[in-house]
Ligand binder design. Structure first.
Ligand SMILES: [Zn+2]
Length: 496
């Protein structure tokens, strides 16, 4: 007897429909899965067997062949467990196979027959060809984000077969809603004694996109924030892996923020992998089994000390030699550094700032204790102006539109020309400075041509000497030979 069951498998971040064909015939008892299953998919056999027996059904003492179609597509992970077990019971005539019509099944089975969540439910449910999808209760909320899908959730194989035999009586779905478990977000008012750093953060926030990649980061309504450790491998950061190509941290940060703390501690070869995704907003990972494109449009924020000891060159406490500090700063390649829109030196906060005993020491403006909501309101206005230009943030403006939307005043043009001529600004940097200057003008609520002040402010926010004193020579060469400074440095940039 033959039964066919609909399901789906994940390739990269995309779901692909899979038809599970189960054939049960007389002959020497055995169980084979064919159709390019990976190791965890082949193990379905053992999980399905234990789950079927634990649920009180009988394991057929017959010859069982499971074919996963299309056979040219590699099937990865345990998400086909449920479809295989259901197909097996139907093919063994333990319940009528016609009750499977119009249904698709996605889920991993526990040995006790319980249903578990699988990664990527959103693209999987979107990929199936049937109108109704059965998933584990833990996945139901995510599955319902797929428009038009009828979602059913059951907690176990036994409960599912009970419903299939009856033909009705699906259990109630867990209540819908957003993720209530998010911890409260930190407030900008908590940043003390760093007025300039906060200005940079503010401009960086404008460049960020507020979308959400549900499949990669779950159901939180907050944009993703990923902060991988500096020991992360290139594969974990960029994506890839074995048979099942997984998205890396940069894709998990899609439409959000990727924060690299202790930037100089990341291996240079790992960091340089970021250059292409920063330009294209996606990364293509090629392996012998497949080539997969992952979305990776994220805001990159990074922080590092000026030297390894962390004393930031303070006289008396920093033990680093000049050469050691230069080596430390040189760990960041010039081309990567050039892709940061904003590069800011953050001075050490004064004691009075930290203890909250005085306002006089640091604040150049009265804005030192602004809360996130106050800043967010300003950012919202600047965002709206960007959307009037047809982009989410000014960082997305193509170079050919800059002359139209960000015209330069005479003074601003002379200033940039001088920086280009004496090599203090690169060609790529020029466009980035204009976009940041436009954002500065937006934040100040000013229209018309960009003034010298706007451009000066943008230039100050991408100080080339952030990682070292500047010697003579062309822009990039200078950066690669820079000497370390005695201040803590933070770089922040939005590359889209
Ligand atoms: Zn030091």
């Amino acid at each position: 007897m033959l039964a066919t069951v609909s399901s789906a498998t994940l390739v990269g971040v995309d779901g692909h429909p899979v038809v599970v064909e189960v054939h049960v015939s007389n002959g020497l008892p055995g169980f084979r899965v064919v159709g390019l299953p990976d190791a965890s998919c082949r193990e379905s056999r053992d999980r399905a067997r234990a789950a079927i027996i634990s649920s009180g059904f009988s394991w057929p003492q017959k010859r069982v062949t499971v074919n996963l179609a299309p056979t040219g597509l590699r099937k990865a992970g345990p998400g086909l467990d449920l479809a295989i077990a259901v197909g097996l019971l139907a093919a063994d005539e333990q319940f009528p196979a016609r009750s499977l019509q119009g249904l698709a099944f996605i889920g991993e089975l526990g040995l006790d027959g319980s249903l578990r969540r699988v990664p990527g439910v959103l693209p999987l449910v979107a990929a199936v060809c049937e109108p109704t999808v059965v998933v584990a209760p833990a996945c139901a909320q995510e599955a319902r984000f797929v428009e038009g899908a009828v979602v059913r959730a059951v907690s176990s194989l036994k409960a599912l077969v009970g419903v299939l035999k009856m033909g009705s009586g699906w259990p109630e779905l867990p209540p819908a809603g957003c993720n209530q478990d998010d911890p409260p977000a930190p407030d900008l008012a908590e940043v003390r004694g760093q007025p300039f750093g906060r200005q940079a953060l503010e401009v960086a926030k404008i460049h960020s996109a507020a979308g959400l990649e549900l499949a990669a980061i779950g159901l939180s309504l907050r944009p993703p924030f990923r902060s991988p450790h500096h020991s992360s491998s290139a594969v974990s950061l960029i994506g890839g892996g074995g048979a099942r190509l997984r998205p890396g941290e940069i894709s998990c940060a899609h439409c959000g923020v990727l924060f690299l703390d202790e930037l100089a501690e990341f291996p240079g070869s790992v960091l340089d992998n970021l250059r292409q995704p920063l330009e294209e907003g996606r990364v293509v990972v090629c392996r012998a089994s497949a080539a997969v494109a992952f979305p990776a449009r994220f805001m990159l924020v990074a922080a590092m000390n000026a030297c390894r000891c962390g004393a930031d060159g303070s006289p008396g406490s920093c033990q680093c030699t000049e050469a050691a500090r230069a080596r430390y700063a040189n760990r960041i390649s010039g081309p990567l550094l050039d892709r940061f829109d904003l590069r800011v030196r953050v001075r050490r906060p004064e004691v009075e700032d930290l203890l909250g005993t005085g306002e006089v020491t640091s604040a150049p403006t009265a804005a030192t204790r602004e809360t996130t909501s106050v800043v967010a309101a300003r950012v919202g206005i600047a965002r709206r102006r960007a959307s009037e230009r047809g982009v989410r943030a000014n960082a997305e403006l193509p170079a050919w539109r800059l002359e139209e939307v960000a015209p330069l005043s005479g003074g601003a043009r002379r200033l940039l020309e001088q920086r280009l001529r004496d090599g203090r600004l690169s060609a790529r940097g020029l466009d980035r400075v204009r976009r940041v200057a436009l954002t500065v003008a937006d934040l100040a609520g000013q229209e018309g041509a960009l003034s010298e002040e706007h451009v000066l402010f943008a230039l100050a926010l991408r100080a080339p000497e952030v990682l070292g004193a500047v010697a003579k020579g062309p822009f990039l060469e200078r950066r690669q030979s820079h000497r370390a400074t005695d201040t803590r440095a933070i770089g922040a940039g939005d590359d889209r």
